[in-house]
Design a protein around this ligand. Structure first.
Ligand SMILES: *Cc1c(COP(=O)(O)O)cnc(C)c1O
Length: 453
């Protein structure tokens, strides 16, 4: 079977189409080559290999077309190979591909910083520094906070994911697969409980107060507030399973930090740049972080991360102390400028809210008929279902794995998440059509129905 060729600049047909076994022969061939050339520990959630993607679909090497409920893990928010991104990046790489901003600077870097400074929460003076990945940006947020405060400690939360570099792995909560075998870890990283309403031992209503009391104990009595450089939290946890803290908790934590001179950092690598129906998830809680970290959705698939925040904090790092050879690469900056343009021109913040409302309604209806669904939660185009053994809250990771396979075989790509691996998360590109969205939800409905019968 010959693979579908997508002509330059064209988006693939916006249809679901399964025409081979999954995975098909071309994907099997690539899996075989991969098995020889790549280390065993690099795993992918899908068994199919991509050939083209755009709008709301991913087309594989055998010409099968899948509905995309993953966006490459919340990255292609404006769509894959989005037309404005392709256009701007093409023009950029024809002009110059790299000079290193630390050597010979260029305008697109400044323009991205101006955009982020303008949309990030708060009307204080802001600065932005660019990096290559989410991990690198988080790591640099810690460097800024330490340089500004002269303090060593970093406070993180249960279920947090902040990356895979040594510093950010130390900040990440989950052992397998992120930490096991890779220690020892960076010192001076402390972890506070995260109010996870569905799983809080004494019930959701008590979660915020009890978690906050633990945070006070940790910071004031155990670490000492005068030793804490920063506290970092995802406004909605991503890898942790789309855990939304109780209303008001984040504000309380940020006030707590302000009173103690602790830099409050929002890790919006997964939630930021439109994903939740606002530029930043912090906005839903009227939160004004001292520093906000972005990456995934920032550049439409090009590698780019950023730290945006208070000018006094960002200006505290010594000259030459922050940077990198590729940080703020011009092609990635061009892509980010196209992302800002696309979100505004195509009304994608509104679109994220509409997608979230539609998905929540549909999934909540499914939850009524399927006892495996413990909870439906999330915000905007960032919605998840937590799967449990019926009649209990016992996590059912096997059900997530089975449903993921079920969906893939029928032409729907999904992702898992959660400390217990029992969360199915949905992060569709905001360019997905209503038809494909409904069709994808239909596959999920059938999958859940098959479990309850
Ligand atoms: C993905 C993610 C990171 C790490 O980003 P990378 O680009 O993979 O290094 C950090 N924080 C959050 C919240 C993330 O979702």
């Amino acid at each position: 079977m010959t693979a579908v060729q997508v002509p330059d600049g064209a988006q693939p047909d916006q249809v679901r189409r399964i025409r081979t076994e999954i995975p098909g022969p071309r994907s099997m061939e690539l899996a075989q080559r991969r098995g020889v050339a790549l280390p065993a520990g690099l795993v992918s959630s899908a068994q199919v290999y991509v050939q083209a993607a755009g709008g709301g679909v991913v087309v594989d090497a055998d010409g099968n077309s899948f509905i995309d409920f993953g966006s490459g893990i919340a990255v292609t928010t404006v769509g894959n190979a989005a037309p404005r991104v392709v256009e701007r990046v093409t023009r950029q790489v024809q002009a110059y591909t790299h000079t290193c901003f630390l050597a010979t600077p260029y305008e697109p870097y400044i323009a991205v910083a101006e955009e982020l400074n303008a949309v990030a929460p708060g009307d204080h003076a802001k600065r932005t520094a660019l990096f290559n990945t989410g991990s690198e940006a988080v790591e640099n947020a810690v460097k800024y906070a330490r340089a500004f405060t002269g303090r060593p400690a970093v406070v993180t939360f249960d279920h947090a994911f902040h990356g895979r570099t040594l510093m950010t792995m130390s900040m990440t909560a989950k052992n397998r697969p992120y930490r096991q075998a890779f220690g020892p870890f960076v010192p001076e990283v402390y972890r506070a409980p995260l109010p996870y309403p569905y799983r809080w031992p004494s019930g959701a209503a008590a979660a915020a107060d009890e978690a906050f009391a633990h945070l006070e104990l940790l910071v004031d009595s155990q670490v000492g507030a005068e030793s804490v450089a920063c506290l970092i939290i995802e406004p909605i946890q991503g890898e942790g399973g789309f855990i939304v803290p109780p209303d008001g908790f984040l504000r309380r934590v940020s006030d707590f930090c302000r009173e103690r001179g602790i830099v409050f950092v929002a890790d919006e690598v997964q939630t930021g740049i439109g994903r939740t129906g606002a530029w930043f998830a912090s906005e839903h809680e009227a939160l004004v972080p001292d520093l906000v970290v972005t990456a995934k959705g920032l550049a439409g698939g090009m590698p780019l991360g950023a730290v945006t925040g208070r000018a006094d904090i960002m200006d505290a790092a010594p000259p030459g102390g922050i940077g990198g050879t590729y940080s703020g690469n011009p092609a990635a900056c061009a892509a980010a400028l196209a992302v800002f343009e696309t979100i505004r021109a195509d009304g994608l913040l509104e679109r994220a809210r509409a997608i979230g409302a539609g998905m929540t309604t549909e999934l909540t209806a499914m939850a009524r008929d399927c006892a495996s669904i413990g909870e439906v939660r999330g915000r905007g185009a960032m919605i998840a279902v937590e799967l449990v053994h019926p009649g209990t809250k016992r996590p059912d990771a096997a059900a997530v794995a089975e449903l993921g396979r079920y969906c893939q075989e029928r032409g729907l790509l999904t992702l898992s998440a959660g400390t217990y691996g029992n969360v199915l998360r949905f992060l569709p590109p905001l360019t997905i059509s209503d038809e494909l969205l409904a069709e994808g939800l239909g596959i999920l409905r059938d999958g859940f129905a098959a479990r309850s019968s």
